[in-house]
Every structure is written in C-alpha cells, then in structure tokens.
Write a protein that binds this ligand. Structure first.
Ligand SMILES: Cc1cc2nc3c(=O)[nH]c(=O)nc-3n(C[C@H](O)[C@H](O)[C@H](O)COP(=O)(O)OP(=O)(O)OC[C@H]3O[C@@H](n4cnc5c(N)ncnc54)[C@H](O)[C@@H]3O)c2cc1C
Length: 487
C-alpha cells in the first residue's frame, strides 16, 4: 500500500522524530488512519540524539508556575506566555503518557523519577532515560509502536517536497519520488534548521526543509533570527566535530576552564550567556576551544557521552574535553497556534519546525522535547476536526512536486560567518544574496530585528529595546519581515 502513487489518510505526518511519532500515535489511538513519512533513518533525527531529557514540573517542591517563570526568564521577554502556559501545564501529563506507552525513564532506588538539573532551571525537573540516552530510548519505543499500529502506514526514506494545495487549503503532501498523500490534515514535524550552519550539533537533515515547504505553500514563518548556539560542542576532534556534551553534565558539576585553566563563567547560566561568554573568550585569547572539566562527575551517569568521547580518543575522567559553541536549536519556524495550526488551512506544524513563540529568544534547556509531546498531541487531536476533502477533489490527480533546494557547503559557511553568535548588518546583507532561500529569509529576519536579544546579538545594535519586548519577526510570501507583538 505504501508504494501506491496516491495514498489517502485522515492525517499525514511528515517527520518521525519525537513530535511526528507522538502525533501519529495520538491520532491512531483516536481511531484515525495515519500516513507517516520520514526522509531519514531514525538514528538521524535530532530527537534520537537528544541527551538531557524532558522538562516537566514533577518534583513536589516544583510547580507549573516555577517552570513558567524559568521559561519566561530564559526567553528574554520574547516568550509567548499563552504557549508557555500550555507547555508547563501539560508536560507532566505527557511524561506520564510516555511511561504508559512503555518508555522507561531513570528512577531513584525507590522507583521515583530521577530529575536532572540544567542551566536556567531553578529546580531539578529534567526527566531522562539511560542517563543521557533519553532521545534514543524514546524514539526507539515510539517508532516500534508506530510500526506495529494497524492504522499507521510508514513511508521510510520518502521525502516531502511540497504541500498539495487546492483553493488555498492544504489537502495533503507531495513526495519527491512522485507519490502523494491526500489527508484532512497535514502535520509537518520536520525538525529544525541548525544544520544550515557549518558548525552544528544537529544531524545533517536539520535543514529547515519543512519551513521552506510551508513558506512556499503560503504559510508565515517567524523568529528565524533566533538560533540557539550550544556552548559545549566538541572541537578539533576528527570524527566527533560538533558532538554535543549535554548541559546536564554541567548540572552534575562539570566546569568550564579557559585557556589559562581558570573558570570564567557560571556554567549554569542560560545558554545564550554561556555561549556568548565562551565565544568572547575564544576571540580574545585566539584559542580554538575551552576545556569542559567533568572529572568530578560520575561517568556512569552519562554512559553514552563518555563512550562517544572515548571512541574519539578522549578520556573525560582524566582530562578536560575541548569544546566551543555550535549552532544547536532553531527557536523560529512555521507560525503555529496553540493547536499546531499554521496560517494555511489544513497545514499544521509541531516540534522544532514550529514557532509558537514558546521559546522566545532563548529556549530553556529540555523544553523542546516537552514541546514535541505537548503540541504533537494537540495538533493530532485538532487535525481530526478538519473537514474531509472538498467535493471535486476526488479523482483529482496530484500535481508534480516542486524540486527541493538543498544548501551548498558555501551557504553553511556563510551562515556561520554572517549569522553566527554576533552579527552585523554588513554580513547579514551579504547573506541576502545567498543562493539558499532559507539563508535569505534568516538574514532578512535578523536584519529586521535592530537590537540584541537572547540568541540574536547585533554588534551594530548591542542594546535590547524594551519597545520590542514580546515582538516576533513574521515573514510571509512577500519575504519582507515585520515585527509583530504576540500575546
Ligand atoms: C545533540 C542534541 C541534543 C539535544 N538534547 C535535547 C534534550 O536533552 N532535551 C530537549 O528537550 N531537546 C534536546 N535537543 C533538541 C531536540 O532534540 C529537538 O528539538 C527535537 O528532538 C526536535 O524533534 P522533532 O520531532 O521536531 O524533529 P527531529 O527529531 O529532528 O525529526 C525530524 C524528522 O523530520 C524528517 N524530515 C525532515 N525533512 C523531511 C522531508 N522533507 N520529508 C520527510 N521527512 C522529513 C526527518 O527525517 C526526521 O524524521 C537536542 C538536540 C540535539 C541535536
């Protein structure tokens, strides 16, 4: 059935990371038929690579209100409060549901969930599995369930190229290989765009293709200038370049040492602060990396990180690991409401490809997996209320998909150079001439925000403008970003 040129399903889900798998399972459990499309093998999703865990206020001394405060404060006065409220209220329920689905999280010896601490969190609230193998455990379990569900047809190795539009409404998805899926709702769960930058922690498929596909269908995108840089990615080690060493390890006592062997930053400050401080020190000293000293941390707590470092010839129990910032997480994406609806009827977006405004200008660590489950579930439920295909569409042959544009290496280098940790109008203007349409949109949003805020730092506009609090850069098909206040 999956090889037929035209498939019909209630819901088409594009992407089989945490957000797509969970949306597909939610829809199937409600009795819907689902077509689940994934371009890459499971081990190449950011979800599979996630280490730290899922943020949820589960401790008796914690509360949704505290989680909300931490999210608002990390996001630098740019968080959409209504989205953050949904996240913090519903994350604990989603963790319980994942346990029901068979995901086994780490517990203490009394069987109570063990909670990790990460930067920007005022409480221990990060649920994890296998130490730092959280994503791998979740993706394996959810994908095993998806493959077994009678209502879910999985199309692996298939790449979505265009939305199938009719009268301004998305009525399915067109695949690069010529197949098509007609569906009441199409949910894009295609992940982020950090691999558009040459130095990245992300798998190679995180190229923002879903964002571009939605934009081409007429959907608005927002906040593309807010790209989070992670401070501790392995540097100068062949085969492990960009490998992420989780913030959870700093939460357990790892420290950062400058080239002089001294500490220089509060390791648990929010990510934008730590990444910026590391980058400034590297610039000032000419060094390529700082040292992440995890000798005080029990290696048994993070077996997969320690194993990956050992494979690369690094021994974290004896020496600091060379690290520096790398592009990590796209806060911006396809504008979507509290139920994952984009601005195009019938087209939804969830997970890292979406932009609800939840993360503001700086995502709080481990809020992104929570987002995948909270909004993945909401979108699947809302999608079932969409009307079926209109009269006249039956028998309609799908059009040919638009060709996919993949970025060249030169684009990735240019984004790192001109849309890196510190930007200038001169560099961003150069990007406006880049052959990659996504690079041009990122530059346009970054130029429109004439201030510095969270992950977006302009050397020519170093101050944060209070007048731009809660404003998001929104870009439509005119490719001319406007700054819009969201509530
Ligand atoms: C190394 C690393 C560690 C992280 N650690 C954490 C953590 O501890 N906690 C946390 O909350 N967040 C973490 N993050 C971020 C988090 O993992 C991601 O934000 C989240 O997993 C994104 O999930 P997703 O389902 O939206 O996308 P992904 O997991 O990236 O999945 C995207 C899917 O879309 C598919 N796809 C893309 N384009 C197409 C197309 N055109 N057609 C068909 N399929 C397509 C891909 O094949 C893939 O299946 C980490 C990220 C990285 C890279």
């Amino acid at each position: 059935m999956a090889d037929e040129p035209l498939l019909t399903a209630d819901i088409a889900v594009v992407g089989a990371g945490a957000a797509g798998l969970y949306a597909a399972l939610t829809a199937a459990d409600a009795g819907a038929s689902v077509a689940l499309v994934s371009a890459t093998p499971l081990a190449q999703t950011a979800s599979y690579w996630a280490q730290g865990g899922i943020a949820a206020a589960l401790d008796v001394e914690d509360s949704a209100a505290r989680h909300l405060d931490d999210t608002l404060s990390a996001g630098r006065d740019a968080v959409r409060r209504s989205a953050a409220e949904v996240l913090v209220e519903e994350a604990p329920r989603r963790v319980a549901d994942l346990e029901r689905l068979g995901v086994r999280f780490d517990g203490d010896r009394h069987g109570v969930l063990a909670l990790g601490l990460e930067g920007g969190h005022s409480r221990r609230r990060v649920v994890h599995a296998g130490g730092s193998a959280t994503g791998r455990r979740i993706v394996r379990q959810l994908s095993a369930l998806a493959v077994d569900r009678e209502h879910i047809t999985v199309l692996e190795g298939a790449r979505a190229a265009s939305a199938w539009m009719r009268d301004g409404r998305c009525q399915g998805i067109l695949l690069e290989d010529g197949r098509a899926i007609r569906a009441r709702a199409t949910i894009l769960a295609t992940g982020g765009a950090a691999a558009l930058w040459s130095r990245t922690t992300n798998p190679p498929g995180s190229l923002g293709i879903g964002m571009w596909l939605a934009h081409a269908a007429g959907a608005e995108l927002a906040d593309l200038e807010f790209l989070q840089f992670h401070p501790t990615a392995v540097t100068g080690v062949p085969g492990r370049e960009g490998f992420l060493v989780s913030e959870a390890i700093r939460g357990e006592g790892a420290i950062l040492l400058g080239p002089d062997g001294e500490r220089f930053v509060d390791e648990l400050a929010p990510r934008d602060v730590v990444a910026r401080t590391v980058a400034a020190l590297l610039l000032q000293t000419g060094a390529r990396s700082v040292g992440l000293d995890m000798r005080a941390v029990d290696p048994a707590r993070f077996p997969n990180v320690v194993a990956a470092l050992s494979d690369a010839g690094l021994d974290p129990t004896r020496e600091p690991i060379p690290v520096s910032p790398a592009a990590h997480y796209m806060m911006g994406g396809i504008v979507s409401d509290m139920h994952g609806r984009s601005t195009v009827a019938g087209l939804y977006a969830v997970g890292e490809t979406a932009c609800t405004g939840l993360h503001g200008a700086n995502r709080l660590a481990s809020n992104s997996l929570s987002e995948c489950f909270v909004f993945g579930s909401r979108a699947a439920t809302a999608g079932l209320d969409e009307p079926g295909p209109g009269a006249g569409s039956a028998g309609e042959r799908p059009p040919a998909p638009a060709p996919l544009v993949r970025p060249e290496r030169a684009t990735q280098e240019a984004l790192w150079l001109h849309a890196g940790i510190v930007r200038t109008s001169e560099g961003l203007e150069r990007l406006l001439a880049d052959p990659s349409p996504m690079a041009r949109l990122i530059a346009a949003c970054a130029l429109a925000r004439e201030e510095s805020r969270g992950a977006h730092q302009r050397a020519d506009f170093p101050a944060t403008e209070a007048a731009l609090d809660l404003h998001h850069s929104v870009v439509g098909t005119d490719e001319c970003p406007r700054l819009e206040r969201w509530h």
